[in-house]
Design a protein around this ligand. Structure first.
Ligand SMILES: Cc1ncc(COP(=O)(O)O)c(C=O)c1O
Length: 300
């Protein structure tokens, strides 16, 4: 008898159809909207996939070994996921994040034994990333660098993409993902377009002035190195207010308790569903809503 390990529970997340939120127009146009529930991963987000992929691949290449210290600048979910995988495989984990990110995230990382360094909120993620580089240069640990590491999109090329293709029986016509490191959209796009080059890949990003945890409209100089604009057919902006509204609506009308970036991706998928016909639109639910309780976006 051989049993599963926690590692085996990463991936193969459910793909579920929205039943109540889609407008009459979207339904009359014979469109199906499917949510891929990445919050069902063991550390609660889509980031469990690249965290496992980056650590296993670096181990295989002999770049790291259990007992080493890993360093990462992360807006939250990657930190929690890396902390899980580091705990699973015996690494020390140091995480750098802006001080204004939600307290649940910090507590979850600490629960998995990670050390957390808070950086000034005025410097944003750019400051945290620069400090991580400095620490690596000083020999304090190894950066996996989710923004430049091909093993990040690879996790979605070998996992998320094939799962969507399999679970729609190849019927998927549109894929919508919020963009942070862009690992999800890059990896899924590569896989799906190899199966059917007609599949449309749509990125969701916060509109100017909106703040949505985990995703960014990157300044040119900080665009993730793994990003290739040719793999995205369309980028659609979403406001923070609409993303938060849709996160609440997903919970109340569909029973899907998801984070704000998932609300943003859902908003984009629904707008798209009013403009196309006979489409099967898949969007990513990146994480769970309980990760945002202290932010007050789900009022009691
Ligand atoms: C809440 C949330 N949404 C979306 C994303 C974007 O995923 P990706 O980095 O694969 O673009 C992230 C990434 O960390 C995230 O934490």
């Amino acid at each position: 008898m051989s049993y599963m390990t926690i590692e085996d529970t990463i991936g193969n997340t459910p793909l579920v159809q929205l039943k109540r939120i889609p407008s009459n127009l979207a339904t009359q146009r014979n469109n199906i909207i499917l949510a891929k529930l990445e919050g069902n991963n063991p550390a609660g987000s889509v980031k469990d996939r690249p965290a496992l992929s980056m650590i296993l691949a670096a181990e295989k290449r002999g770049q790291i070994k259990p007992g080493d210290t890993l360093i990462e600048a992360t807006s939250g979910n990657t930190g929690i996921a890396l902390a899980l995988v580091a705990a699973m495989r015996g690494y020390k984990m140091t995480l750098l994040m802006p001080e204004n990110l939600s307290v649940e995230r910090r507590q979850s990382m600490a629960a998995y034994g990670a050390q957390i360094i808070l950086t000034p909120k005025t410097g944003g993620m750019e400051y945290a990333r620069d400090l991580a580089e400095k620490m690596q240069a000083e020999g304090q640990g190894v950066i996996l660098d989710q923004f430049a590491n091909p093993d990040n999109p690879l996790a979605h090329y070998t996992g998320t993409g094939p799962e969507i293709w399999r679970d729609t029986n190849g019927a998927v016509t549109h894929f919508v993902s919020a963009m942070g490191t862009t690992g999800t959209i890059m990896g899924v796009s590569s896989y799906l377009k190899e199966q059917n080059s007609q599949i449309q890949i749509i990125g969701a990003q916060p509109e100017e002035g909106s703040q949505i945890p985990g995703i960014r409209k990157w300044p040119e100089a900080y665009l993730p190195k793994i990003f290739d604009a040719a793999r995205v057919d369309q980028v659609i902006s979403v406001s923070q207010a609409n993303a938060e509204h849709m996160a609440r609506k997903l919970a109340i009308e569909e029973g899907i308790f998801a984070g704000v970036s998932s609300g943003g991706a859902c908003d984009v998928a629904l707008r798209l569903a009013e403009t196309v016909e006979n489409a099967t639109i898949v969007f990513i639910v990146c994480d769970r809503g309980d990760r945002y309780l202290s932010t007050g976006i789900f009022p009691a």
